[in-house]
Design a protein around this ligand. Structure first.
Ligand code: ASP
Ligand code: CP
Length: 335
């Protein structure tokens, strides 16, 4: 069996809702498939017919630049048709619910829904009401699975492995879906994860999920192989959870002075959007250790892999169900 065939069979899920209960084998199946797809971006014709005739609908109820555009481009690279819904300008303002909206769009013949919503669990609800596959593109502070997968892909391509690396995730951990999804994936793949930030943003309860917790970036920095800097999620905070932004930056921003304490080859990551001068300075964001734009490029390959794998799993399940129903007919399926 081909490698691509083995990866497809290691993945049996119709939906990608989160990474919390994915096995190392499933995570690796996505990363290996993404590695295969990343080669397509180097060709003169950057398109394959893998999802020709299928329809991918982006349902974005929250703002996005990277995730929405890269899901669109990923679907187009696989030759799928793409529908793009954003809350602003839609009939949501006339009182239409999420489920009604999605079911009406599904009636146009949609195979995969990519959903971003401020309510944790919104993609899970849609998965119960729709025939098509659902991919979570960020649900509140809960999960952002494709972000963590692209982060893992970036680390793996830069370092050749994830197991045994020490990854620090720094910032507003309590309000971050990126931190949660990264923690689940990195732990499952064998990395050590330290969550860093002020006590108001990084609760000791994260230890129950297998993370180390620190409130002192300078202390942990010398041991870190990969540092993932997060934005303060102001949209999810009623008020600032620390005295001031200046005080926050003094203790937790990644700047050139702090970089001197880090390993020479530390990988500097950030999911974007950056708040330059708050959690990271321009010199570090654009410096030699930064792989921030590699993350964006990884996102395309990873999202191609995810769209392909959930579609293949759904179509395989439908075929199997059809064969079972045919075999159960009195004639054994002969018409
Ligand atoms: N773009 C990421 C997210 O949607 C991170 C962020 O917004 O800070 O979760
Ligand atoms: N990293 C990320 O999810 O970016 P967007 O919010 O721009 O999609």
């Amino acid at each position: 069996m081909s490698r691509a065939g083995r990866e497809t069979l290691a993945w049996t899920r119709r939906h990608l809702l989160g990474l919390e209960d994915l096995s190392a084998e499933e995570l690796t199946a996505v990363l290996d498939t993404a590695r295969g797809f990343s080669e397509i971006s180097t060709r003169s014709i950057r398109k394959v017919p893998t999802l020709r005739g299928r329809v991918v609908a982006n349902l974005f109820y929250e703002d996005s630049t990277r995730t929405r555009l890269s899901f669109s481009l990923a679907a187009q690279r696989l030759s799928a048709d793409v529908l793009s819904f954003t809350k602003s300008g839609s009939s949501t303002s006339k009182g239409e619910t999420l489920i009604d909206t999605a079911r009406n769009i599904e009636a146009m013949g949609v195979d995969v829904f990519v959903v971003r919503h401020k309510a944790p669990g919104a993609p899970h609800v849609l998965a119960r009401h729709l025939e098509g596959s659902v991919v979570n593109a960020g649900d509140g502070a809960h999960e952002h699975p494709t972000q963590a997968l692209l982060d893992c892909h970036t680390i793996r391509e830069a370092r050749g492995k994830i197991e045994g690396l020490h990854v620090a995730i720094v910032g507003d951990i309590g309000h971050s879906r990126v931190a949660r999804s990264n923690l689940f994936a990195l732990k499952t793949l064998g990395a050590k994860v330290t969550l860093v930030g002020p006590p108001t943003l990084v609760s000791g309860r994260f230890r129950e999920l297998g993370a180390e917790v620190s409130h002192d970036l300078d202390e942990v920095l010398p041991e870190i192989d990969v540092i993932n800097m997060l934005r303060i999620q102001r949209e999810r905070q009623g008020h600032l959870n620390f005295p001031s932004l200046v005080e926050y930056s003094r203790r937790f921003a990644l700047n050139e002075k702090r970089m001197k304490r880090a390993k020479k080859d530390v990988l500097v990551m950030h999911p974007g959007p950056l708040n330059r001068g708050v959690e990271i300075t321009p010199e570090v964001a654009d410096g030699p250790n930064s792989v921030i734009l590699n993350q964006v490029a990884s996102g395309l390959a990873v999202r191609m892999a995810v769209l392909f794998l959930v579609t293949a799993a759904k179509e395989r399940a439908q075929k199997e169900q059809h064969s079972t129903e045919q075999a159960a007919l009195p004639s054994g399926g002969a018409s």
